[in-house]
Design a protein around this ligand. Structure first.
Ligand code: KIV
Length: 283
C-alpha cells in the first residue's frame, strides 16, 4: 500500500480552491487514529467531546488539558497522514491571550498535534491572532458551540434568523482576518453555511451545516453507535459497533456461566510426565 503524504494547511487550502471535499472525524485513541488514517481522513480532531463520549460527563465543560493531552498523544502516534487538531478545553483560552497561547503550545509541544481548534468568533479573535502568530494553525468553531451551551439555551440549531446569520457571518470574517486556517460550523442552516463557505477564502467545515460547505465532520462515536445516550440529528450511523460489542459481551457472559468458554484451544498444555510429577508433589 502506498503511503499517503501528510495533509498540511496548504493542502487543505488547495482542496478548497479546487472544490475537493475535505473529510474530518474525531478520534481519541491510537487504534482509532490508525483506522481513520487508513480510511484516508484529511483532518482528525481530538475533540473535547471525549468528556461525554469517553468520560461520561453530560457536557464538555469539565474536560481539562490533563484529560486531553494523553488522548492527543495517542491519536498522533496512530495517525501518520491526517492533520491532527487538539481541541482547546473550556477556560483554557477564554481568560487571557497568555493562557490561550500557553495551552495551544502544550498541544503542539506535548502531543505533537498539527494545530488546535477553539470555539468563538469576534470575542476570541485576539486569542486566535496571538496563537497563529506563535506559529500554530487554528481552526475556529462557530454556530452551536458546546462550551456555551448554557448561554445558547441548549442543543439547538443556530443562525436561523437574518440578524443571527449576519452575526455568524461577521464572526467567520473576524476569524479569517485573525488568521484561522479553517472554520467549523455546527448546527447552522445549510443555506446560511453555503453562503459563508462561498464568501470565505478558508475552508468551511460542516457538522450539521449542510452539503454546501467545503468539508464534513462527524463524531466517531455517533458514526458507529458507540454513544448510548444520544445521536444528534446531523449524525449518520455507518455501522453499529455498539450493538456488535453488546451482543459479544452477552455471549461471553453466557459462555463463561455455562462453562463453554474457554475451550481447549484457548488453554495451555503441560507434558504428561511433568504433570504426573507435579501431581505427586502436591499429593
Ligand atoms: O469536541 C468535539 O468533538 C467538537 C465537535 C462537537 C465539533 O468540538
Amino acid at each position: 500500500m502506498s503511503e499517503r503524504t501528510k495533509v498540511t494547511v496548504q493542502r487543505l487550502q488547495e482542496m478548497k480552491q479546487k472544490g475537493e471535499k475535505i473529510t474530518m472525524i474525531t478520534a481519541y485513541d491510537y487504534p482509532t487514529g490508525v483506522f481513520v488514517d487508513q480510511a484516508g481522513m484529511d483532518i482528525v480532531l481530538v475533540g473535547d467531546s471525549l468528556g461525554m463520549t469517553l468520560l461520561g460527563w453530560n457536557t464538555t465543560l469539565p474536560v481539562t488539558m490533563e484529560d486531553m493531552i494523553p488522548h492527543a498523544r495517542a491519536v498522533v502516534r496512530g495517525c501518520k497522514s491526517g492533520f491532527v487538531l487538539g481541541d482547546m478545553p473550556y477556560m483554557t483560552y477564554q481568560p487571557s491571550i497568555a493562557d490561550a497561547v500557553r495551552n495551544a503550545g502544550r498541544f503542539m509541544a506535548e502531543a505533537a498535534t498539527d494545530g488546535i481548534k477553539l470555539e468563538g468568533g469576534i470575542a476570541v479573535a485576539d486569542r486566535v491572532e496571538a496563537i497563529v502568530k506563535s506559529g500554530i494553525p487554528v481552526m475556529g468553531h462557530l454556530g452551536l458551540t458546546p462550551q456555551s451551551m448554557s448561554a445558547l439555551g441548549g442543543f439547538k440549531a443556530q443562525a436561523r434568523g437574518a440578524a443571527t446569520a449576519k452575526r455568524l457571518y461577521d464572526d467567520c470574517m473576524a476569524l479569517q482576518d485573525a488568521g484561522a486556517f479553517s472554520i467549523l460550523l455546527e448546527c447552522v442552516p445549510a443555506r446560511v453555511a453555503g453562503v459563508i463557505a462561498r464568501k470565505c477564502e478558508i475552508p468551511i467545515i460542516s457538522i450539521g451545516a449542510g452539503v454546501e460547505c467545503d468539508g464534513q465532520l462527524l463524531i466517531f462515536h455517533d458514526c458507529f453507535g458507540l454513544y448510548p445516550n444520544f445521536t444528534p440529528k446531523f449524525a449518520k450511523v455507518y455501522g453499529n459497533a455498539g450493538e456488535v460489542i453488546l451482543n459479544g459481551l452477552r455471549t461471553y457472559v453466557d459462555e463463561v456461566q455455562r462453562g463453554a468458554f474457554p475451550e481447549p484451544k484457548h488453554s495451555f498444555s503441560i507434558p504428561e510426565d511433568e504433570f504426573r510429577q507435579f501431581e505427586e508433589m502436591v499429593k
